[in-house]
Design a binder for this molecule. Sequence first.
Ligand SMILES: *Cc1c(COP(=O)(O)O)cnc(C)c1O
Length: 335
Amino acid sequence: MKRETAVPANHQYPSYQGLLPFREAAAKWYRRRFGVSLDPSSEVIALIGSKEGIAHFPLAFVNPGDTVLVPDPGYPVYHIATMFAGGKSHLLPLRRENGFLPDLDAIPRSVLAKAKILFLNYPNNPTSAVADKTFYRKVLGVAEEHDLIVAHDVAYTEIYFDGKRPGSILELPGAKKRCIEFHSLSKTYNMTGWRVGFAVGNAELVAGLGKVKTNVDSGVFQAVQAAGIEALTNGDEASEGIRRVYRERRDLLIPGLRAIGLDPVFPQATFYVWIPVPKGYTSASFCAHLLEKTGIVTTPGSGFGKSGEGYIRIALTQEKVRIREALSRIRKVGF
Ligand SMILES: *Cc1c(COP(=O)(O)O)cnc(C)c1O
């Protein structure tokens, strides 16, 4: 990045779809990681972080009044972006008894008939759930039957534990007909502030997103793209180190929470811990209790949608010494 900032050519407007070498690096990474082949010139587009791509995507495909299927709890951008496009969100509750996967059979047929896009996000923020091929096969079946676009947010595929590598829906035969995946360098390589990600999949979906983007932004600073190429090409080891740090924190926090009487979902991926609140509390009142009595900041599950009520989320983004301190404060104060 430092070297590339000194190159005058990098200070021009970048190409809106991303430098071809960046798109090639993303395609090669997908091939290495998932065994999925992508055409860098038509099936990959650079993003100013994946949030940007997710937020602009509905503008390309949702007409006013159209329905979009949105997981609840979920990353708030799916619903907000749907609203910006004039669409209506139909919420899909994610419940613990279903492994935090939406029950696709429970969606009314009248809703499916009007639905344009199905948003998914596995590994999942905030529940930390992962999806397997059986679920993705089911998704493709439903999408095929009701002519849905599947927009899969895969920001956390590289934050996994215990050697269980989450897959891409594009690994399934035929998935490229109707799927797009949003990937981010933010979590994988600790590059949140750099603003770089990419979307891959069906060429028409990628082109539609590109068409919106040419009209609202002008691409990613090329020095950042150069750093992105380096990360995607030679960053596997760095990514492994990041996973190790989160795993150590997880393996400290989970037994600690259990020891004080909480029942967290055991995360197989992501850096989130999703915890049902103790009896007598709501999401908000338990967060307030922790904040006021122990000085610990957590996120109320209700902030991710109404099905998030009854949970709080803790992020494994503090060092072990702070996690130990947090556990000891909660133990002292109780709930
Ligand atoms: C962090 C996050 C993103 C966006 O990350 P960017 O920094 O915009 O690439 C997207 N989806 C989910 C679920 C996230 O948690």
